[in-house]
Design a protein. Structure first.
Length: 380
């Protein structure tokens, strides 16, 4: 009873300090298709939260429910302590930036940024002050008299951001704002958005399918699949300790190598016959997970990230035949045949690596992971 009371006090304290709180949120459309299942998240003031996942996972739907553009089927949404399920979008004190810039082509940059404030009948002098401030932050001062057709994609996106900034909102909701930009510009804009967040000190929720954007920008990441949260954590937590196979392979580029292996009494046998003697924490974790003191023989997934595969000859190394070698300047991505499975390693490009040659490889076993074949959950 005492423990339950303590847990409830912790939850209540967390909810009190949250700026946006989503509690048991569900979204079911009229055609009975459910897009979001039991979504729970507490977002603290000034956090940069990133929703990430494949197309159709429910991340944009969740964002639109926070914005008030989608109706919540069930559950509770609190914004700054106020139950907001039925609060109109204009009264939620949030600003939204969409994938499309949605600029008015016949208006100048200044007029685009000022338009929303004029509709609210804010005094002209206050509008001018806000627009000039946003233009300075976004380096748009010299473009204020231009129209969208005279701007580049990156400049148009900055105008869309400026239109959100002038509202002085407490929260920014961004739905794939960089997806229409080329690769080089996206990298540049990522940095600008991160700096902008620190400068404005506004709570930001950012939706993307790009795991690199999630890893480089977020204070916390929410990974979604099929309408359900798979894991919530800092980029480091999610990268180093993925909850399941989906998270392990979704986050990281190239993805974590996953090999189906045989496990028996502390020995892991890879598809090529190479045996790994597991360290005690992994053996204990398997016994606990399966409630099996005897370590019965079973199939298990072995996971290792490409950078944790080393080129070295030792008592614990094995031969790997290279089937593909991708040179990326400072490093190679090499594909190693493991019977009917492929494993990718990241190796420094200190020497030329050729397809067809065999090299000695070993694993950093402190960085390996084990996953259950049936549930795909991480054992350790």
């Amino acid at each position: 009873m005492k423990e339950v009371k303590e847990v409830n006090q912790i939850v209540e304290k967390e909810e009190e300090t949250s700026f946006i709180s989503l509690r048991h949120i569900n979204k079911i459309y009229d055609n009975k298709v459910q897009a979001v299942f039991d979504f729970n998240l507490e977002i603290k003031p000034y956090e940069f939260i990133v929703f990430v996942g494949p197309s159709g996972c429910g991340k944009s739907t969740t964002l639109r429910m926070i914005a008030g553009l989608e109706e919540i089927t069930s559950g509770e949404l609190y914004i700054n302590g106020v139950l907001s399920n039925h609060v109109p979008p204009k009264d939620r004190d949030i600003a939204m930036v969409f994938q499309s810039y949605a600029l008015y082509p016949h208006m100048t940059v200044y007029e685009n940024m000022a338009y929303g404030l004029k509709i609210k009948r804010i005094p002209e002098e206050e509008i001018r002050k806000r627009v000039l401030r946003a233009a300075k932050i976004l380096k748009l001062g010299e473009y204020l008299d231009r129209k969208p057709g005279q701007l580049s994609g990156g400049q148009c996106q900055r105008v869309a951001l400026g239109r959100a900034i002038v509202r002085n909102a407490k929260a920014f909701l961004m739905d794939e704002p960089l997806s229409n930009l080329d690769a080089k510009l996206r990298v540049q804009m990522r940095g600008e958005l991160a700096k902008l967040h620190k400068r404005l000190k506004a709570t930001t929720i950012y939706v993307t399918h790009d795991q690199i954007e999630a890893m480089t920008m977020a204070s916390r990441i929410v990974i979604m699949k099929d309408g359900r949260i798979q894991q919530i954590g800092t980029p480091e937590e999610i990268y180093s300790n993925p909850n399941n196979l989906f998270v392990a392979t979704f986050i990281g580029s190239p993805a974590m190598n996953i090999l189906k292996c045989k496990y028996h009494k502390g020995i892991l046998t890879l598809p090529n016959g190479f045996e790994i003697k597991l360290k005690k924490p992994f053996i204990d974790a398997c016994k606990t997970y399966y409630n099996d003191k005897d370590d019965s023989e079973r199939e298990i997934y072995f996971g290792i990230r490409p950078e944790c595969i080393l080129e070295e000859k030792s008592a614990h190394s094995f031969k790997g035949k290279i089937v593909v070698a991708e040179l990326l300047g400072h490093e190679y991505y090499i594909h190693i045949a493991m019977q009917d499975q492929i494993m990718i390693a990241k190796l420094p490009s200190t020497k030329e690596i050729k397809v067809g040659e065999e090299i000695d490889l070993s694993f950093n076993l402190d960085k390996m992971h084990l996953f259950d074949v049936e549930t795909t959950k991480r054992i350790l």
